[in-house]
Design a protein around this ligand. Structure first.
Ligand SMILES: [Zn+2]
Length: 272
C-alpha cells in the first residue's frame, strides 16, 4: 500500500439550520446569563459548530449504518460491559472498513499498516447575514432563542415538579458558512471511500446535530457544496485554488444526495 499523499479533496459548503439547534457550551454548573443550557460560542459570543462535533456525529451515523450490516461490528467495550465502540482488528478488515479508514485508528500489534485519519473537519461560523432583522425581533438573545422545556420523568412519563429548563438554541433559518471538510487521498481505494463522507452528510440531514434531537432539535441541511481536487503536484507547484470555477461537482449537484447519486462521475474527476 502506497502511503504518500496523492492529493486532497476539499469539500466546502454551508449548513442551514432547519429547526432550532443546540450544541452545548461549557456551562459546568455555571448559569451564564441565567440559562440552564447554553450553546457553544466563539470568542465574539456568536454560536459556531465545532469541527469535532460535526466529525464525531458523521462517524456515529456511519457506524450505525455499518453495524446494521455486520453483527460483529461493535467490538469495543465501554468499560461497563457494553459493546459500544468499533475498532478493526486486522489489516484485512481495516482495509475494507470505511470507519477506521476515514476516521483513523491507533496502530497496534494487530494493525500494522499505516492508519492515518483521512478526514479533517473545520469549525463553521455563523453567517451573520442569515439572522435577518425579522428574526432578530423575535429572538430573546442577540443570535439565539430561548426555549422552555419540561424535563420528563422517564419512568412515569410525567413532567417533573418545577422542572422547566431554559434552553438556548440557534434559530431555524440560521446559516453556518465556510464549512470545510478535507479528505486526504493516499491511494486509489481512498477515492471510492470518499463516497461514505457524502453518505454520512446525507444521513445527518435525516438525523440531528447537537442535543435534544428526540424533541425535534437540530435538523440541518447542507447546500452550496463545492468539491475541489488538489493533487500533490498542485501543492508542490503552488497551484492550489479553491475558486468556484475549479469545483469539480457543479454540473453534478450541490447537495449530499445529488453528489451520492452522481458519485461515480465525480470519482472519475479525481484523476492523477
Ligand atoms: Zn473498522
Amino acid at each position: 500500500m502506497n502511503h504518500s499523499l496523492m492529493g486532497k479533496v476539499i469539500i466546502k459548503g454551508q449548513i442551514e439550520v432547519k429547526t432550532g439547534m443546540r450544541i452545548g457550551g461549557a456551562t459546568g454548573g455555571l448559569k451564564i446569563g441565567g440559562l440552564d443550557l447554553n450553546v457553544i460560542t466563539d470568542p465574539e459570543g456568536k454560536p459556531y459548530i465545532p469541527g469535532s462535533s460535526l466529525k464525531g456525529k458523521l462517524r456515529s451515523l456511519l457506524e450505525k449504518k455499518e453495524a446494521a450490516n455486520n453483527p460483529y461490528f461493535w467490538n469495543v467495550n465501554d468499560g461497563k460491559g457494553n459493546l459500544s465502540g468499533h475498532k478493526c482488528e486486522s489489516n484485512e478488515l481495516y482495509t475494507k472498513c470505511p470507519i477506521c479508514r476515514i476516521w483513523g485508528i491507533a496502530v497496534s500489534d494487530k494493525i500494522t499498516v499505516p492508519t492515518p485519519t483521512r478526514l479533517l473537519v473545520s469549525d463553521s461560523y455563523l453567517d451573520e447575514k442569515s439572522i435577518t432583522q425579522e428574526m432578530k425581533d423575535n429572538l430573546e438573545l442577540e443570535y439565539t432563542e430561548v426555549k422552555y422545556e419540561t424535563a420528563i420523568n422517564r419512568l412515569t412519563g410525567t413532567a417533573l415538579h418545577q422542572s422547566f429548563r431554559q434552553i438556548e438554541r440557534v434559530p431555524a433559518g440560521a446559516r453556518f458558512k465556510d464549512v470545510e471538510l478535507i479528505y486526504n487521498v493516499f491511494d486509489e481505494q481512498d477515492k471510492d471511500f470518499l463516497k461514505h463522507v457524502f453518505v454520512a452528510l446525507e444521513l445527518l440531514e435525516h438525523d440531528y446535530l447537537g442535543g435534544m434531537g428526540s424533541r425535534g432539535y437540530g435538523r440541518v441541511a447542507f447546500n452550496s457544496i463545492e468539491v475541489f481536487w488538489n493533487k500533490r503536484e498542485n501543492y508542490e507547484n503552488g497551484e492550489i485554488a479553491l475558486i468556484p470555477e475549479r469545483a469539480i461537482n457543479k454540473d453534478l449537484g450541490t447537495t449530499p444526495a445529488e453528489i451520492v447519486q452522481k458519485f461515480e462521475e465525480l470519482k472519475k474527476r479525481l484523476a492523477g
